[in-house]
Write a protein that binds this ligand. Structure first.
Ligand SMILES: *Cc1c(COP(=O)(O)O)cnc(C)c1O
Length: 396
């Protein structure tokens, strides 16, 4: 074990719970620790490293852009920013983009857009209906919008104007709607909340309610978007279009970037309304363009669907072979392995010993979100290592 944990403990704010491993490099679906041990990375930076670690084309793109122009300011035009905005609008149902640097910052932009739209078009309506167990980020507005009380409560008072209802329950949304309601904010599949996939009609019902009540539908696709669930955006599988959508995580393949997208009628920012120093800088947007082109033209989306099918089948095998394993849920390469006992944390630690990085998203759910470029062999090898971890925990 390196001396990093001891050094870090003295100087770093202890805000994150860390696993006892220091990662030094990666290649494809693998990472290596400081003792040279390899791990199959089924965390991928929490659904971020879409093209795998040290992807040569992405590294080349970033290096070339760094040698050309890393950043100027949003008071000037740059081509990489415009190019990514063109691509995103061409390949989504949304018309305009604003770039941020993270998922939380993208959601901040979406919340500001909705509030301004409420001031302009709905008599100052400002309330946003959000879901229990949702996750929208860690800034003040986004923790206020997040349906997980422990993320909010130490930091009160909250930003007012967020109402929480049960996910996957249209009647709860209808009951919570009033004159002050301006928008409904949802993840198409709840990620941090435990990989909760709603019923097939839910988002269609929400969309119809928004149309009837003149409300904005904001979809947080920070985790589900950019191919993660098997289509470029998860909403495509649900038969609806949002008015506002956010993206981040996988968009830059590891380079920090976020985006707020809106239909023309909801894109109500005017010059001076919103801004940032780094958002949409040439380095991050060149990376985003490279990643998006790989998804669209490089066969990555096809790989997500094929590998998802394979991984699901292998995980169903674990359900058959191990009493501890209850089922599989999720979409694309955002999958959760449900356990009969609250030992997901133990499976994650055993995975470190058997050589796989996993995430305990709930006490009884292990989350898997490998690079979208994962190979057939690496899916098989990953499930072998996961099975070794499950065997170890089951034997205890
Ligand atoms: C991770 C996540 C966020 C926050 O993104 P950051 O880049 O960590 O700020 C917001 N919404 C969803 C759905 C997420 O999964």
């Amino acid at each position: 074990m390196s001396d990093i944990p001891a050094r870090e403990a003295k100087v770093y704010m202890q805000a994150a719970r860390r696993l006892p491993v220091t990662i030094v490099r990666g290649q494809g679906t693998y990472v290596w620790d400081d003792t040279g041990k390899d791990y199959l990375d089924f965390v991928a930076g929490i659904a971020v490293v879409s093209l795998g670690h040290a992807n040569p084309g992405l590294a080349e793109t970033i290096a070339r852009q760094a040698h050309t122009l890393i950043t100027v300011s949003n008071i000037f035009y740059t081509e990489p920013q415009t190019e990514l905005a063109e691509l995103l609008t061409e390949h989504s149902a949304l018309d305009r983009v604003f770039f941020a640097n993270s998922g939380a910052e993208a959601n901040e932009g979406a919340i500001k857009l909705a509030r301004k739209w409420g001031n302009m078009h709905k008599n100052g309506a400002f309330e946003i209906i959000s879901a229990n167990n949702s996750f929208h980020g860690r800034t003040m507005a986004t923790v206020s919008a997040t349906g997980t009380p422990r993320y909010r409560e130490p930091f009160g008072p909250q930003l007012p104007g967020f109402i929480f209802v049960d996910f996957d329950n249209i009647d709860a949304i209808k009951a919570a709607t009033n004159d002050r309601t301006v928008a409904i904010l949802l993840e198409p599949v709840q990620g941090e909340g435990g990989i909760n996939v709603p019923g097939s009609d839910y988002l269609r019902q929400v969309r119809a309610w928004c149309d009837e009540q003149h409300l904005l539908l904001i979809l947080d696709e920070v985790q589900t978007g950019m191919g993660r669930t098997g289509s470029l955006w998860a909403y495509e599988q649900m038969g609806i279009e949002p008015d506002i959508m956010t993206s981040a995580k996988g968009l830059g393949g590891g380079v920090p970037i976020g985006a707020v997208l809106a239909k023309e009628h909801a894109a109500v920012f005017e010059p001076g309304d919103h801004g940032n120093t780094f958002g949409g800088n040439p380095l991050a947007t060149a990376a985003g363009t490279y990643v998006l082109r790989q998804l669209l033209e490089g066969g990555v989306l096809d790989n997500v669907r094929a590998r998802s099918e394979q991984l699901r089948q292998r995980l169903e095998g674990l359900v058959d072979r191990h009493e501890l394993v209850r089922g599989v849920r999720g979409r694309g390469l955002l999958l959760g392995l449900e356990l009969h006992k609250e030992v997901a944390g133990d499976v994650v630690l055993a995975g470190l010993r058997s050589g796989i990085l996993l995430n305990a998203v709930r006490p009884d759910v292990v989350r898997m979100m490998p690079p979208l470029t994962i190979t057939e062999d690496d899916v098989d090898r990953g499930v072998e290592r996961l099975e070794a971890a499950i065997r170890e925990v089951a034997a205890k």
